[in-house]
Design a protein around this ligand. Structure first.
Ligand SMILES: C[S@@+](CC[C@H](N)C(=O)[O-])C[C@H]1O[C@@H](n2cnc3c(N)ncnc32)[C@H](O)[C@@H]1O
Length: 279
């Protein structure tokens, strides 16, 4: 059932986000500018995009359902595969942003918390097939579909782990594992998000690390979690895209900055459209 007050709250948050957001035309620091130009403003299409989307379309036509073991929300509903492909998986635009982010940053070791049926994993995996890619999903029925998705999308390197996020992090204990890109896309609540962030800190690369938080305006708690993670001063740059928030630790970042970003096309008046000396 749609929760009207939550919906209204999100509308209000989106409005506030939009009026305080910036565009590429106001970003001058070299690292941030290149990132925005090559990831969020880039319109290129890569060979993997139609491949993944055509497989998603096949799944959207599926008449099958599975019992979804929900670790984040507490219920075990029957879910149609079509619905998992449509609603729970990263939409194509977000998948493409993930792909371009990985393509731009070239991380060596990626962790995805929340595999679902493997759509996001496919985008991450295709962006750099030489990186190590670990993806975690507690629901055994869902991860089976993810394995088929990766196979059908021609990926064999992602390593699927059927366990809870906490159990996976427990397993890292005493290991030398260092991730340079982490995508937290499951169990969207304040306490859990902050716990995973805190518990993963020892396994983040100390020089270069990017952490992506999904659905930072899912709830008031998720918004508070986002405000909290941004306070970590080892991550000098944070970008709020409304549907996701990303924090960056990088040697090329000298001073701290934080901004909300929309595509330039959303705010044509910011790019100097009406001024004489735009270039
Ligand atoms: C939003 S979906 C992930 C979507 C996927 N990352 C993508 O980009 O297509 C979140 C998934 O996380 C899983 N999940 C939630 N909480 C979990 C937990 N504590 N441990 C393991 N898996 C969990 C859910 O079963 C669900 O399939």
């Amino acid at each position: 059932m749609i929760n009207i007050s939550k919906l209204l709250w999100r509308f209000k948050e989106f409005f506030l986000f939009f009026i305080s957001s910036t565009t590429i035309y106001k970003i001058h620091a070299p690292f941030a500018f290149r990132l925005v130009q090559q990831v969020f403003e880039d319109k290129s299409t890569y060979y993997a995009f139609p491949l993944i989307e055509s497989y998603r379309n096949q799944l959207k036509k599926s008449k099958n359902s599975i019992k979804k073991i929900e670790f984040g929300a507490g219920e075990n509903p029957t879910r149609s595969i079509a619905n998992l492909a449509n609603i729970d998986s990263s939409p194509s635009e977000k998948g493409q942003q993930l792909f371009k982010l990985v393509n731009h940053l070239q991380p060596k070791s990626i962790l995805e918390l929340g595999t679902c049926i493997g759509i996001g994993t496919s985008y991450l995996g295709h962006a750099n097939s030489t990186s190590i890619l670990q993806t975690i999903e507690a629901c055994p029925n869902t991860i089976k579909i993810a394995a088929d998705t990766l196979n059908s999308c021609g990926l064999s390197h992602p390593q699927l782990h059927n366990m809870t996020f906490d159990n996976y992090i427990d397993q890292l204990h005493n290991s030398k594992t260092k991730f340079d890109l982490i995508y937290i896309d499951g169990h969207h609540n304040e306490e859990a998000t902050l716990r995973y962030f805190e518990r993963l800190k020892p396994f983040m690369d100390s020089q270069n690390c990017t952490v992506i938080f999904d659905d930072i305006y899912w709830s008031k708690g998720m918004k508070r979690a986002w405000q909290e993670v941004k306070k970590d001063d080892t991550f000098k740059l944070s970008i709020d895209l409304f549907h996701i928030g990303i924090i960056f630790r990088n040697n090329n970042l000298r001073s701290s900055s934080s901004f909300k970003l929309v595509k330039a096309a959303w705010k044509p008046w910011v790019n100097g459209f009406f001024s004489k000396n735009h270039n």
